[in-house]
Ligand binder design. Structure first.
Ligand code: ADP
Length: 452
């Protein structure tokens, strides 16, 4: 087992990882920017190092700063969480060169999946259905050619994209050139890689993803799916497991496809295969995330498996101690992302100081958060201040518990998504389970037409 684990992240996920380490008896090292000196992860870790100024590029994304902190502290493993360094194969490689274990898949597996165009190729080779699309494209003509065959709309995507960035929908030939240029530009600016490709754009599909775990001995299992169709600007807001739209047969087939994909690249650790489910029940692979995801908790609640603990054990060379047949999914779990944002103003970020803070509790309620009373939310990072996760024996029980817990959750001093979530979980379409990625837009249309 490791001697000491450095957490190369901040916020709720850093707290989440520290908790898993503590339970395994592992000392932890927090790193933080000057803007995060009062952050909860700094207080909870065994020791903490300031690694630079507020700007992520000079702190949480600074490879020399992170590796130096690990060396100084004597950490022999680094957990990257999500975002920041989590999908940087070059970082994983450097960790290895410094004798530090990167808690995640090998750099080779990351490269194969981190790049979306390459991931599509790997999937096609392994008989996993992908959305109709192209390889990396050079010119506008390449996309026009594809659109002629597949029909509009198409979506142009940055091969290095993530977090809902680097995607442009094109609805006709006239929009093509300018949208492609904008996508390339955004890809270069945000990800330092201008590579783009095109896919058929499915109108309002459901977003379904499958959680997998693999060890270095070739054992791979899946832990069922999550439904992440409630999104704004292609970013998830509410996730649940299982999906109300998936039957046993589809669950089995999607699970098998995800396991096949993971085995094909000798995948080690926790990972997620994302799929789009069309209105006619057809599903297509979209991408693989080679890290822990924000919404991993809903899977934990129905599988009773601590995914972060498993990540650490797998990285330390242990064998998975359960097989596919041992995994029993029980009940239903829903997660609401609590963001310091104003839903009334198009989800504009709303940093500030939390002047009052009371978290909900009780049976089946989990809060993963780094927030506390008097915490000043820095404006430099993402606006999520926590996640509220509720479990129930049925979807409706989980949903009602979520409503109850949201009513108990008090965050004063900043606007949050809590009132918005209260409305959504009581909405008739949400209750029906029959929705897709167009839900939020449709919700506001319905709300405005009622108001009048
Ligand atoms: P990111 O890596 O930024 O999260 P994804 O490729 O996972 O991007 O896509 C995020 C979301 O964008 C999906 O959940 C879906 O809502 C939408 N999307 C992506 N590709 C398509 C497509 N081909 N058709 C329709 N919607 C899509």
């Amino acid at each position: 087992m490791f001697k000491k684990v450095l957490i190369a992240n901040r916020g709720e996920i850093a707290v989440r990882i520290i908790r898993a380490c503590r339970e395994l008896g592992l000392p932890t090292v927090a790193v933080y920017s000057q803007a995060d000196a009062n952050s909860l992860h700094v207080r909870l870790a065994t020791e903490a190092y300031c690694i630079g100024p507020a700007q992520s590029a000079q702190s949480y994304l600074s490879i020399p700063a992170i590796i130096s902190a690990a060396m100084a502290a004597g950490a022999d493993a680094i957990h990257p969480g999500y975002g920041f360094m989590a999908e940087r194969a070059d970082f994983a490689q450097l960790c290895a060169q410094h004798g530090i274990k990167f808690i995640g898949p090998s750099p080779e597996a990351m490269k194969k999946m981190g790049d979306k165009a390459t991931a599509r190729k790997t999937m096609i080779e392994n008989n996993v259905p992908v959305t109709p699309g192209t390889d990396l494209v050079e010119t506008v003509d390449d996309v026009r050619e594809f659109a002629k065959k597949a029909g509009y709309p198409v979506i142009i995507k940055a091969t290095a994209g993530g977090g809902g960035k680097g995607m442009r929908i094109v609805r006709n030939n006239a929009e093509l050139e300018s949208n492609m240029n904008m996508c390339r530009q955004e890809a270069q600016n945000s990800f330092g890689n201008p590579g783009v490709y095109a896919e058929k754009y499915l109108e309002n599909p459901r977003h379904i993803e499958v959680q997998i775990l693999g060890d270095r001995y070739g054992n791979v299992v899946h832990l069922g799916e999550r439904d992440c169709s409630i999104q704004r600007r292609h970013q998830k807001l509410i996730e649940e497991a299982p999906s109300p739209a998936i039957d046993e047969k589809t669950r089995f087939e999607m699970g098998a496809a995800a396991v096949r994909a993971a085995k094909a690249i000798n995948y080690e650790g926790a990972g997620t295969c994302e799929f789009l489910l069309d209105h006619d029940g057809k599903w297509y692979f979209m991408e693989m995330n080679t890290r822990i995801q924000v919404e991993h908790c809903v899977t934990e609640m129905i599988s009773n498996i601590d995914l972060v603990r498993e990540q650490i054990l797998i990285a330390a060379g242990e064998k998975l101690d359960f097989a596919q047949n041992d995994i029993i999914l029980r009940g239903h779990a829903i997660e609401c992302r609590i963001n310091a944002e104003n839903p009334e103003k198009d989800f504009m970020p709303n940093p500030g100081t939390i002047t009052g803070y009371v978290t909900p509790g009780g049976f089946g309620v989990r809060v993963d958060s780094h927030a506390y009373q008097d915490y000043a939310i820095p404006p430099y990072y993402d606006s999520m201040i926590g996640k509220l996760i509720c479990w129930g024996r049925t979807r409706n029980e989980a949903r009602r518990r979520m409503y109850r817990a949201l009513k108990e959750y008090v965050v004063m001093g900043v606007e949050t998504t809590i009132p918005f979530h209260q409305e959504i979980v009581e909405d008739e379409v949400f209750i029906s389970g029959n929705f897709n990625t167009g839900f939020i837009e449709d919700y506001y249309k319905r709300k405005n037409s009622k108001q009048g």
